[in-house]
Ligand binder design. Structure first.
Ligand code: FDA
Length: 309
């Protein structure tokens, strides 16, 4: 395992502790949550969304939440996402949303998750928007892909999902998804969860190599490929490939996270690539925030400096 991998695992393991969660949640914004999370409400996030759109980027919104405990909580979460979609469309912004399948009850009742996700896909689609099913920890991949395939069959291209290059299984999953008709839109990421060596590469070089292979295979497969990374080498390589092959915005876009490498985001726009920024907001920010800290030691140092000051 590399040092980077060990760091990520350690932070995610510590973040799982109830005591740490309690402390961090209480300290909240003082710890720098606002660097990665656009606000606790849509009103708080709106100026940031407008600024992103004003600077030539598109947006994907995440109403934060995951792992609901029962069907009522899943319905409540879907209701929140639905009313936010309407408010976003009313504000003149594209209602392109991402949701965690466990937020819609996948871990409680897959049939309910399908009903709620299908409702949100229809709502987003009716306003010219989109729904992406984020990919969570490995135990949910089968259920998420199953949910996605059902939605894809009825959604007319309004739904996409995510594949993670750190999982050994992903090459096979990609083959299965590329065989669907029409070929679905796919976001390719490296993967953000704490996964054991039985299911996932532990070395960054292996994850990066798999990532590159998946992106080119997906581009070759004919669907829309959402290349979601901040890895500058990969982005410039894929950008040059797309340009050389005359691929337009219907075939690929770059997706990056709110607050991560904003100058790179601007540069990609200036270079003429389609860029979409993933913007999370809401009160349930703890899981999302801890995954961002786990991605880079400097992020944790930033939080610790905030605590000391
Ligand atoms: P890598 O970790 O190699 O980093 C490349 C460069 O970016 C390095 O210089 C690094 O320091 C910098 N960087 C990376 N993360 C940073 C951070 N948090 N802060 C500051 N600098 C950082 N995962 C998942 O499992 N399921 C999902 O559905 C999604 N969805 C998703 C959407 C979008 C739009 C993005 C960009 C990412 C995701 N992810 C995700 C997260 C993804 O799996 C991965 O954890 C992060 O993107 C970090 O990996 P990179 O690809 O950036 O590469």
């Amino acid at each position: 395992m590399t040092v980077t991998g060990a760091y990520r695992r350690a932070v995610l393991a510590v973040a799982d502790s109830a005591a740490v969660r309690g402390f961090v949640t209480r300290a909240g914004w003082r710890l720098g949550v606002g660097r990665f999370v656009a606000g606790e409400t849509l009103d708080g996030a709106l100026p940031k969304l407008q600024a992103l759109v004003g600077s030539g980027k598109r947006i994907v919104l995440d109403v934060l939440g995951e792992f609901v405990g029962d069907g009522a909580a899943a319905r409540q979460a879907a209701g929140r996402i639905g009313s936010t979609m309407e408010a976003v469309a009313a504000a003149g912004l594209e209602p392109y949303f991402s949701a965690k399948p466990t937020q819609l009850g996948l871990g409680v009742d897959p049939e309910l998750a399908f009903e709620l996700a299908a409702g949100l896909a229809t709502l987003a689609g009716s306003a010219g928007g989109h729904l992406c099913l984020d990919m969570e920890s490995s135990g949910y991949v089968d259920a998420t892909l199953g949910l996605f395939e059902r939605l894809h069959a009825v959604s007319g291209g309004r739904v996409s999902t995510v594949l993670q290059s750190y999982l050994y299984r992903t090459a096979e999953d990609l083959g299965r998804l590329l065989a669907l008709d029409p070929v679905p839109g796919l976001r390719i990421v490296k993967g953000a969860y704490n996964e054991p060596r039985e299911v996932a590469y532990q070395n960054k070089a292996d994850v990066d190599k798999a990532y590159r292979e998946l992106v080119y295979r997906a581009l070759d497969g004919g669907g829309k490929v959402n290349v979601a990374t901040h890895d500058e080498r990969l982005l410039s390589e894929v950008g040059a490939f797309a340009r050389g092959g005359g691929l337009g915005p219907e075939r690929y876009e770059f997706q990056l996270l709110f607050g991560v490498k904003p100058l790179l985001q601007d540069r990609l726009v200036a270079d003429g690539h389609g860029v979409r920024v993933y913007v999370p907001f809401g009160e349930d920010w703890y899981g999302y925030f801890s995954r961002r800290l786990a991605e880079r030691p400097a992020n944790l140092a930033f939080v610790l400096r905030g605590l000391a000051g």
